[in-house]
Every structure is written in structure tokens, then in C-alpha cells.
Design a protein around this ligand. Structure first.
Ligand code: WT7
Length: 695
């Protein structure tokens, strides 16, 4: 093993589980830790002092809670739900569900009949319990000396002002609001204001193009759009208002007219005077919101009323509007946050994700605030002005829990240890990782260098659809293995199935599914319940299918192996190959395109596009650039192909199906693994493509 020079904390002995615990086989081997020989099976034991103070202090404790959560989900979750404020308690049935397509419509409900409000639970409840003067949000601007903060009381006032503005402008319970904002405090403020009045927010990551924003406007027809004029990302000014203008003008030409565009003046990036303005539609936030009252009655909503829509990529070109409801999502994000990060009242929490993704919904805004936590929001890019910025922020705010993505870990690792070690980081206590599998070498660097071999890493596996963590370490409870998301969260029953949908036990690999619902699960795809059923519940009837491959080792630990559908994961962002392809073929000189993912040192996966040009058009550098540009314009810069490979023709079967398996091998230069190419209509295409690989 190559880890000898690292200071992984192996301790000789761990408590042995009480006998009888054997009914959950996963845990037996954790205790024994037999398999230290191979690198992948190294066990990293928690520091005994950490475990002593941890919320879940041992495998036994976990096992007790886990067992109850599976045997008595209603009791387990309603005990937790009772710690929150409900205007009216839920009905007799805590959960009703059907996950089996062969038995009828897929349906999931938790706490139905209960009346609550997530904004009330995030803010008012914490203020009433005496935490009103605690800092809710620390905001760190792109530039070093620009920052701000809001206490829970101040945050509530800001939220109420916006909520009142929305109400005054006709936004009612159930109406949709599109939010296109960068990481400024107005983003969580907007989410909470919508929640307060029962409006459904749909945050669109402010890196999406006008075209993508337009698509989302067309799909959910918002009453109002909330944005800001511009943002600084590193040294670049991004004119967000221009993107919104383009999107809204296209939407109104297509019959969806948005009456109000509330625009925050982000002064440090752009002045009012320089912002393009559409009189009658556009309103400056600063002109109207501060005039509204700082108190606003709560709209009590049913646990199953929608809270938000978040669009994500699937295997067709059309993005899916993942719909989450209120009650179950609230209980689930709060509980997963608390246990997976071993949250204590004294913690200062920073998650580097943008609120434009699910991570920012569940673990920047809702999960932490429901726990009354102090949250750091950072506007800028993590390596500006240099690669030490994250640790500068950690020291400045004394961050104790730091949650980020493997792609950032790898990129900072490349920049060298000096940028890290020049900062103290001694406040850090727990680290977290999300978005893609974290490779063991990045895990070790994160653990040893960033965390000084002191902080457990929660490698959290979950999805936009799951609402919250599904498979995750619980710090202090059991040993970790670098690169493994370890074991299921309470109430979650992951299963691995084979091609035929049979559950497989023990050491195995296959498709990752979940049996039984959990409170944070999404309830439908907006406006397309049928697609919800076919995408997630039809492949393996009786189960929720995640789209991920997974193996389970002999200790019962889970190792995620990546997507098994036509979705690629670039820097933790999910991108459908079909979306990139349809952008490419919209270029007038592109006849056909096939996109595959290839391994990328920093991004995890890179986008590799094979393109066939219209007859007679020669391939050139200029054309390559304009093909990349068309993807940036239609989706966003984060989806720009890393590589364009000119393909006079594509490998197809006789029935005309593109064989991506072969393209993947060509893209990753694994030419000795091409496999059987005899089924191709024209096998000589393969040699032609290989010959063009370096052109
Ligand atoms: C996909 C979901 C959930 C927040 C971020 C992405 C991959 C996510 C892990 C992890 C291995 C992971 C999966 C999943 N993924 N976290 N810890 N280990 N893979 O959300 O955009 O909905 O993407 O991200 O492939 O299916 P998303």
C-alpha cells in the first residue's frame, strides 16, 4: 500500500458490537477491520476523543438508531418531526407510499395533513428559542475586504420585507418565482421569502445561459423573476441582467410574459447607471424592498405542498423540474445535516456550493438554518486572489465544518501544500465532500493536509432527487475508507441490483437502488409525472433507481462508481450528453454529434464531443471555437466541451445506433479495449477516427 508515509489514524481496537447486531451484516466487519492489505480497504478510525463527544458515538449507537429507523420509520421520523413547529399536526398516517409501478401510480407522502412553514422553522423558531442575536449568515465578498453579516433577527426582517413585496405584487401561495442570483445574501433571503408565503422558488444557477434560463421560464411560467445586475467572479464581471433580459425577451416572444423583474444592485460589481433597463418591467430591489414592513404573517402550508422546483439534467435534452415538498424535506435536510456533520451549536459552517444547485438548497440554506447554525456564504471563486482563499476564509470566520467537492480538492492539491499550511485551520473539526466519488489520493490530501489528520471526512452520496444525504459517514461513529461513502443514513435502505432487477447481497456490484421512501425524496417531475415514473421507477419495479453504479465490499461499505446513464459529471455538475449534443447540432455547420465523458484530472469527467460536419465543410480551428461557443451559449460555460474530435462519420450499428461504448474507448485512448466492432455497419470508421484523434 502507498499510504505508509501518511498519518492515517489506525487504532488497534474498537468496541465490539453487542452480539445480535449481526442482523445488519454491514457493521460486523467494520469492527473487525480485517482487510487492511489493499489500499482501497484501509480503515481510518475516528479519534476516540472525537467519538466521545459525537452525536453518534459508536457503531452500536448507530445500529440502534438505524434499526429503529427501518423497523419503525413512522415512529422514528415523527419523533424527530415533533421537535419542529407545526401549526397543526399531521394526520394518522406519517407516510404513505407506492414505489411499485406495477401496482399503480407512484406516490410518496410524508406528514400529510400537517401544517407548517419551513421559513418559520428556520427563523422565527430559532429567534423564539433565544438565538435571535446569533449570526445566521456571514457573507464574504469576492474581494478580500468586502463582507457582511446578518443575525437571525435581521435575516427575518429582510425575509419579511421581500415576502411583503412579493405579496404586494400578486405572488400567492403555489405561484412560481424564478431566482437568478449569485451567492449574495439576497439569494437565501429570496428562497426563505418565497417559502414564507408558500410560493414555489425555482433557483437557476447564475452560470446558466440565457437560453437555459428561457427554457426554465417557459416550463414553470414564473410570476416574477429575481436577479441582480452583475457579479464579480475573480477578476471578471458577469453581466447577469443582460442574460435575464435576453431570456425574458425570448420567452415573451414565445408567449410567456413575466411582468416583473426585481433586480438587486450589486454595487461592487456594477453601478445602477450602467445597467440596461426595461421600464415597466424592471424594478430596483433597493428602491422597493426596504420600504416594505419588516414583519409578515406566515402562510401555513400542508406538508405536501410544494416548496421548490430545481431543474436538473437527464438523458434527454429537456431538463427535469425536480419537485420537493415542504414537511418531509424539512425534517430530512435538518436531520441529515445534524448527524452527517455532527453539528453542535458552536459550529461555524461553510459549504462552498452555490445555492443554484441542490447542495446549496439543502446544505447552505435549509438544513443549517433549521439547526440554528451560523453559515458562511462566499460570493467568489475559491482560488481568487490565490489558491489560499478558502483557508483564509476558514481562519477569518473560524469555520469548524467545511463542505466542498472533490474537484476543488483536486485543484487545490495541484496548487501545492504551501497555500494550505500558511493558514492555521485549527478551527476545522469536520470535512465533507459531495458531487462525485472522491478518489483516494484526493481524500488523503484533504484528510492529511487540509484537516491535519484530525478531521473526519463525510463523503456524502445523494442527488437532486433525494433531497438530502443517502449514504454518508457519520463522523465519530465508525471508521472510514478513503473513497467510500460508507453506510446508509437513517431510514435509507440502499440495495444493489443486477440487470434483471434482482437484489444482490454481500460483496457485489451493480445498480444502486433504494427500497422504501425517505422523507426528503422528490415527489414528481414538474408537469410530467409520467417521466418521473419511467425514469426512476420503471427500470427496476419496486425500487427507486438512482442512475448510479455501485459496489459493496465485504465490510458492507458502498463505493459509488459513477453514472450508468447518459449523464456525465463535470466538476460535480450533472450534464446530459443529449443536451450538449443538441446544442452542437444547432450549429449550422454541424450535422451530427456524439458526446461522451472522459476522465479528467481536476474535473473528474471532461466533455469529449465527436462531431460530423455538414458535407463539404472543412474542419478548422475557427470552427472548433464556434462549436464550443454554441454550447456555452445554449447551456453555460461549465458545459463547454474540453475536446472536439472531428468525425467524418460515426460508428453505428446496421440499424443506425451510435455505439458510444466504442467512442468512449477512443476518447480515453484505450484502443486495446475497443471490444467487438464487427457489428458496425462500417468497421473502418473506427480506424479513421483513431487516425484523426491527434489532429
Ligand atoms: C449525482 C447527483 C447531490 C449533490 C451534488 C450533485 C454523483 C454525488 C456523490 C458522492 C459519488 C456522487 C452521483 C449522483 N454524486 N455525490 N459523494 N460520491 N458520487 O447532485 O447534480 O443531482 O448529481 O452526483 O453520480 O447520481 P446532482
Amino acid at each position: 500500500a502507498t499510504n505508509k508515509n501518511h498519518q492515517l489514524r489506525h487504532v488497534e481496537s474498537m468496541n465490539i458490537l453487542p452480539s445480535g447486531a449481526g442482523n445488519i451484516p454491514e457493521l460486523n466487519a467494520v469492527i473487525l477491520g480485517e482487510s487492511l492489505a489493499s489500499e482501497e480497504h484501509d480503515l481510518v478510525f475516528p479519534n476516540p476523543k472525537f467519538s466521545q463527544h459525537a452525536l453518534v458515538s459508536s457503531p452500536q449507537k448507530y445500529l440502534e438508531m438505524y434499526t429503529r429507523s427501518i423497523e419503525d420509520p413512522a415512529g422514528f421520523w415523527s419523533d424527530i418531526a415533533s421537535e419542529f413547529y407545526w401549526k397543526k399536526k399531521w394526520g394518522q398516517q406519517v407516510c404513505s407510499q407506492n414505489l411499485d409501478v406495477t401496482k399503480g401510480r407512484i406516490n410518496i407522502e410524508w406528514f400529510k395533513g400537517g401544517l407548517t412553514n419551513i421559513c418559520y422553522n428556520c427563523l422565527d423558531k430559532n429567534i423564539e428559542s433565544g438565538n435571535g442575536d446569533k449570526i445566521a449568515l456571514h457573507w464574504e465578498g469576492n474581494e478580500l475586504n468586502i463582507d457582511g453579516s446578518l443575525t437571525y433577527k435581521q435575516l427575518l426582517e429582510k425575509v419579511c420585507q421581500l415576502a411583503n413585496f412579493l405579496k404586494d405584487n400578486g405572488v400567492k401561495k403555489g405561484d412560481t418565482v424564478i431566482v437568478y442570483l449569485p451567492m449574495i445574501m439576497e439569494l437565501p433571503i429570496t428562497m426563505l421569502a418565497c417559502a414564507r408565503i408558500g410560493a414555489v422558488h425555482s433557483v437557476v444557477f447564475a452560470g446558466y445561459s440565457a437560453e437555459s434560463l428561457h427554457q426554465r421560464v417557459m416550463d414553470c411560467k414564473p410570476k416574477i423573476v429575481i436577479t441582480c445586475n452583475a457579479v464579480m467572479r475573480g477578476k471578471k464581471v458577469i453581466n447577469l441582467k443582460e442574460i435575464v433580459d435576453a431570456a425574458l425577451s425570448e420567452s415573451s416572444q414565445n408567449g410567456v410574459f413575466v411582468a416583473t423583474c426585481l433586480t438587486f444592485e450589486n454595487e461592487s460589481a456594477m453601478k445602477k447607471e450602467d445597467t440596461k433597463w426595461l421600464k415597466g418591467r424592471d424594478v430596483w430591489w433597493q428602491d422597493v424592498v426596504p420600504k416594505c414592513s419588516t414583519t409578515c404573517d406566515v402562510e401555513w402550508v400542508d406538508a405536501e405542498d410544494p416548496l421548490f422546483l430545481l431543474y436538473t439534467s437527464g438523458s434527454t435534452g429537456k431538463p427535469k423540474g425536480v419537485l420537493h415538498t415542504t414537511g418531509g424535506y424539512m425534517i430530512y435536510t435538518a436531520t441529515t445535516f445534524k448527524y452527517a456533520f455532527d453539528y453542535k451549536d458552536t459550529d461555524i459552517y461553510w459549504c462552498t456550493a452555490d445555492c443554484g444547485w441542490i447542495t446549496g438548497h439543502s446544505y447552505v440554506t435549509y438544513g443549517p438554518l433549521l439547526n440554528g447554525a451560523t453559515v458562511v456564504l462566499y460570493e467568489g471563486v475559491p482560488n481568487y486572489p490565490d489558491a489560499g482563499r478558502c483557508w483564509d476564509i476558514v481562519d477569518k470566520y473560524k469555520v469548524t465544518i467545511f463542505y466542498t467537492a472533490p474537484t476543488l480538492v483536486r485543484s487545490l492539491m495541484r496548487d501545492g501544500d504551501d497555500y494550505v499550511t500558511r493558514y492555521s485551520r485549527k478551527s476545522l473539526r469536520v470535512l465533507g465532500s459531495v458531487g462525485e466519488p472522491i478518489n483516494p489520493s484526493a481524500w488523503r490530501w484533504f484528510f492529511n493536509v487540509v484537516g491535519d489528520s484530525r478531521c473526519p471526512i463525510s463523503d456524502t452520496w445523494w442527488q437532486t432527487e433525494t433531497g438530502g444525504f443517502m449514504i454518508t459517514p457519520i463522523p465519530g461513529a465508525w471508521p472510514q475508507k478513503p473513497g467510500s461513502a460508507t453506510l446508509p443514513f437513517f431510514g435509507v435502505q440502499p440495495v444493489i441490483v443486477d440487470e434483471k432487477g434482482n437484489e444482490i447481497d454481500g460483496e457485489c456490484s451493480g445498480y444502486l437502488c433504494v427500497k422504501n421512501s425517505w422523507p426528503g425524496a422528490f415527489r414528481t417531475l414538474y408537469g410530467d409525472h409520467e417521466r418521473y415514473e419511467t425514469t426512476y421507477f420503471s427500470a427496476f419495479p419496486g425500487y427507486y433507481f438512482s442512475g448510479d453504479g455501485c459496489s459493496r465490499d465485504k465490510d458492507g461499505y458502498h463505493w459509488l462508481t459513477g453514472r450508468v446513464d447518459d449523464v456525465i459529471n463535470v466538476s460535480g455538475h450533472r450534464i446530459g450528453t443529449a443536451e450538449v449534443e443538441s446544442a452542437l447540432v444547432s450549429h449550422p455547420q454541424c450535422a451530427e454529434a456524439a458526446v461522451v465523458g472522459v476522465e479528467h484530472e481536476v474535473k473528474g469527467q471532461g466533455i469529449y464531443a465527436f462531431v460530423t460536419l455538414v458535407d463539404g465543410i472543412p474542419y478548422s480551428e475557427e470552427l472548433r471555437k464556434s462549436l464550443v461557443l454554441v454550447v456555452r451559449n445554449q447551456i453555460g460555460a461549465f458545459a463547454a466541451p474540453d475536446r472536439i474530435h472531428w468525425a467524418p462519420s460515426l460508428p453505428k450499428t446496421r440499424s443506425g445506433k451510435i455505439m458510444r461504448r466504442i467512442l468512449r474507448k477512443i476518447a480515453s485512448k484505450q484502443l486495446d479495449e475497443l471490444g467487438d466492432i464487427s457489428t458496425l455497419a462500417d468497421p473502418s470508421v473506427v480506424d479513421q477516427l483513431i487516425a484523426l484523434a491527434d489532429s
